[in-house]
Design a protein around this ligand. Structure first.
Ligand code: BEZ
Length: 217
């Protein structure tokens, strides 16, 4: 059965460029971003891994550990990391899982046979500190992902875990949010949102980002 939001991310043990990974143990109470790419030494994947390396501080400030995967071998990954660092002017410090037996790819349904019978598509899972899958994003092999969008989703998840809000379309950290429709008690609203709110409709109540002490990107 395929994974759904709220499921526990399947645990696994597999080799990686940073040694053997026991996934849940490796997460260690942090958030995680597990993402597959179709193959080593391919152009789009090379740029994606370079971007992830360069966003290292942005992931760390959100307590998120990135981890990549492809069905290529560990030897291939290790050689490719040299190329990524050289061509993308970065230092890859996150692990890349070697999955030649497709164990993890199968667990996470990363192979979509009607797109490609043997290689993973661009699957991405955002996993919370309780090892629950909180977001899943799937891209085709030919389209590189926008890693700023991944950070934006993580910002939304972390904010909405903490406050009774949701984030509007195109929202970015620091911008106004909406109060969840289930919150109706005016006393609680005043307590939770001392800056007040603007009701455009009874179901659309806009309030400043409650974490507005964020220092920006
Ligand atoms: C790439 O990463 O560049 C790529 C991989 C598979 C198909 C097309 C592009």
């Amino acid at each position: 059965m395929s994974l759904r939001l709220g499921d526990i991310a399947p645990d696994f043990e597999q080799d990686s460029t940073e040694g053997k990974i026991r996934f849940h143990e490796w997460l260690g109470g942090s958030w995680g971003v597990l993402f597959s790419h179709p193959a080593d030494f391919t152009p789009v994947c090379t740029t994606e891994l370079g971007l992830t390396a360069k966003l290292h501080k942005e992931f760390a400030r959100r307590n998120v550990k990135p981890i990549a995967l492809s069905v290529d071998s560990l030897e291939s990954h290790k050689e490719w990391v040299h190329d990524i660092n050289e061509t993308q002017h970065c230092t890859v410090t996150f692990p890349i899982i070697a999955d030649p037996d497709r164990k993890v790819a199968k667990l996470y349904d990363m192979i979509h046979p009607n797109a490609d019978e043997t290689h993973t598509v661009r699957s991405l899972f955002i996993i919370d500190p309780d090892c629950k899958v909180r977001a899943m994003i799937t891209y085709p092999a030919s389209t590189g992902r926008n890693f700023n969008e991944i950070l934006r989703v993580i910002d939304s998840l972390q904010l909405t875990d903490e406050h009774k809000v949701a984030t509007p379309g195109n929202w970015r950290k620091g911008e106004d949010v909406v109060i969840v429709p289930s919150l109706q008690d005016e006393g609680e609203i005043t307590e939770r949102f001392p800056q007040g709110y603007r009701a455009v409709r009874h179901y659309l109540r806009i309030t400043p980002d409650p974490d507005s002490n964020w220092s920006g990107d």
